[in-house]
Design a protein. Structure first.
Length: 367
């Protein structure tokens, strides 16, 4: 069986990490399955794949509907003769449809990895309901519920949770956070990992730093944020300077193997206003770090408030700050949360399970 995975994303993020993990897991468990990734040329995913043994092809994508990308998909479909095309982001749907209009491609599967609503515009609905899309993998039941509003054939929708891979786990990093930034051992490190995009709502992250450091006057906390800078970054950093918080927070930008820094956090903080299920939460479960998160997307399906973590509504920095301060002084809850989360991860949210669930769907389509 041969699968072509199509990614038209220009940055590196959780979605691209998922594709890479899926390919690694299938190679380990089912080496007879051939996976080929088509990604954007000279972008972070391309650079990352160069360092792996995953088979990949690239195409330029200068604008959203760059026909060169679609033509490349046709070319590699002729070359590899895939059984299924697995599309991993909304931009790649349109490009794959263009390719299919020019050359008859095999069945499509689309992975819906976010909880964003599908816009009720004619072309958008046409794209998501394109007849060749035979299955839509939803990252959570909440994502599935959202898709049901726009997908005509509800039988196409199936929830397949992502998960963390045990194949490549380690905590090796380029540097130690406490040493590099001279963070006193008495300070609690609050960490966040996420690119500087609207969904991650890092404005709330900055508001939490301000609330704890300036308004509550608690100087025994230090905040670390890891993620690719964007056009939103300058406003975040300017706000840090305006609030005189430079000595209490660091924005590291893109950092290789970012999740390896999680063991150096004391608490993982997620301030997103929209999510599917972020894989970085699974990584925190694995490394036994407690998670405080907004209750958006599918996150409540993996974290039960006060059971294996803490949840708050989005855009509520005061409440999140309160929970951070409270949890930092409650080692019993930290131990309970991390133990339960680790058990939940190992029983239900491993990448090996995800890969087998997806492989089953691939085989059903290829029959």
């Amino acid at each position: 069986m041969t699968i072509i995975h199509v990614s038209a994303v220009k940055n590196w993020g959780g979605g691209e990490n998922h594709i890479e993990t899926l390919c690694f897991e299938l190679k380990e468990s089912n080496p007879e399955v051939k996976n080929i990734i088509l990604c954007v040329k000279d972008r972070p995913f391309h650079e990352r794949l160069k360092k792996t043994d995953i088979t990949f092809e690239t195409a330029p994508l200068a604008y959203n509907l760059d026909f060169r990308f679609s033509l490349k998909l046709i070319q590699i479909a002729k070359k590899y003769k895939p059984d299924v095309i697995h599309i991993h982001d909304p931009s790649a749907i349109a490009l794959s449809i263009i390719a299919d209009k020019l050359y008859k491609l095999p069945p499509f599967i689309f992975s819906k990895k976010t909880s964003f609503e599908i816009k009720h515009k004619k072309l958008t609905l046409y794209k998501y309901n394109y007849p060749k899309i035979k299955k839509i993998f939803c990252v959570s039941n909440e994502t599935k519920r959202i898709c049901e509003k726009s997908i005509e054939d509800k039988n196409k929708l199936v929830t397949i949770y992502h998960g963390t891979s045990l194949l490549n786990k380690n905590s090796e990093t380029l540097f130690n956070l406490r040493e590099k930034f001279a963070i006193d051992p008495s300070k609690t490190i609050i960490g966040n990992i996420g690119n500087h995009i609207r969904a991650k709502n890092l404005e709330t992250f900055v508001e939490i730093v301000d609330h704890i450091i300036n308004k509550l006057n608690l100087k025994n906390f230090y905040f670390i944020q890891i993620g690719t800078f964007t056009d939103r970054t300058d406003d975040l950093i300017n706000k840090i300077v305006e609030l005189k918080l430079e000595n209490h927070v660091q924005f590291l930008g893109y950092t290789l193997n970012a999740s390896n820094y999680i063991p150096q956090f004391d608490i993982f903080l997620m301030t997103s206003q929209s999510e599917g299920i972020p894989e970085v939460i699974f990584e925190s479960f694995y490394h036994k770090r407690p998670v405080i998160s907004t209750d958006v997307g599918g996150i409540p399906e993996i974290i039960e408030d006060e059971i294996n973590g803490l949840l708050t509504p989005r855009h509520n920095p005061e409440l999140m700050s309160k929970k951070i301060v409270s949890l930092s002084n409650d080692q019993i809850s930290i131990n309970n949360f991390t133990d339960l989360s680790y058990k939940k991860l190992m029983s239900s949210f491993l990448a090996s399970t995800m890969a087998q669930n997806m492989l089953k769907e691939y085989k059903n389509l290829a029959v």
